[in-house]
Design a binder for this molecule. Structure first.
Ligand code: ZN
Length: 140
């Protein structure tokens, strides 16, 4: 079982962070947190916080850094928009092992490094009601 401790962030695919930033900051009123490059996913990610203090939700804008990267292919196929939901979990290794055993299709058998000092793993949308699902374990 995933037993999420919360929603860690919502991932949104964009062709250009610079072009989309204005919507999130000026129109939505989200607070810009920073930009990080995640080489193993071939993306540049920008983080924004929405919501009142103590109730913030993080949005992650994903901009592909390579033409043949998964996010670039996603945008090519479906256009910009909702990409994945990430849940905060503990014991990521144990969760992946038990999900695999339960027949859940994993994209990542082993955790990898995510942005914001986390370890992450993706589950296949086929096993998650059509939603690309990320499990996210903050490093202690
Ligand atoms: Zn994510």
């Amino acid at each position: 079982m995933i037993e999420a401790l919360g929603i860690n962030h919502i991932g949104i695919a964009v062709a250009s962070i610079d072009q989309r930033r204005q919507f999130y900051e000026q129109t939505l009123g989200a607070r810009f947190e920073g930009i990080e490059e995640v080489p193993n996913q071939q993306v540049r990610v920008a983080f924004f916080l929405v919501g009142a203090p103590g109730h913030e939700v993080r949005l992650e804008l994903l901009e592909p850094t390579a033409r043949d990267s998964p996010v670039a292919r996603f945008i090519e196929k479906r256009g910009e928009g909702m990409h994945h939901i990430a849940y905060t979990v503990d014991d990521l290794d144990g969760r992946l092992a038990s999900l695999k055993e339960a027949g859940v299709e994993l994209i990542d058998d082993e955790p990898r490094d995510g942005a914001h000092h986390t370890r992450i793993a993706f589950l296949h949308p086929k096993s998650c009601g059509g939603v690309l699902t990320e499990l996210c374990e903050p490093r202690q």
